[in-house]
Write a protein that binds this ligand. Sequence first.
Ligand code: CO
Length: 138
Amino acid sequence: MKLGRLNHVGVATPSIENSLALYKTMFGAEPHGPAFDLPAQGVRVCFVDTPNSQIELIEPFGEDSPVQKFLEKNPLGGQHHVCFEVPDIHAAKAEFEAKGARVLGEPRVGAHGTLVFFVHPRDMGGVLTEIMETPAAA
Ligand code: CO
C-alpha cells in the first residue's frame, strides 16, 4: 500500500463556532465552507484550509456521538484523528486486515464524498487513523 497525501487532521471541539473564531483570531483563517452534519458518523463538520492540507473541526451530532466520549475526556477538545489518502479504499482495507489491524466498520461515505474507514488507534501507535479514497478532483 502506498501512503498518500495527508488529507486532514481531525480536531474535536465542543463548538465549531468557537473554534472557527479561534482560528480566525490566531491565524486569520476562514472556514472552507459552511459546517454540515454527517448523521451516519454522529458528527457536525467544518473544514479550515491550510496551504498543504486541512483541519477538520468535528463537533458531536445526535446521541451516542463518538466525539462526545472524546470530549468527556478532553473537555477543551483536541486532536482526534489524522486522515491519509489511498488510491483504492477496498484494497487498503484488505491490506490493513491482512496485517492484523482492526478496521472499524465497513467503508462509508466521508466528509469529502469518498469512501473512508478508520483503523483502531491500538493498531496505529495510539493514533486514530482515517483512510480515505483520494477524491477524484485532487
Ligand atoms: Co476526518
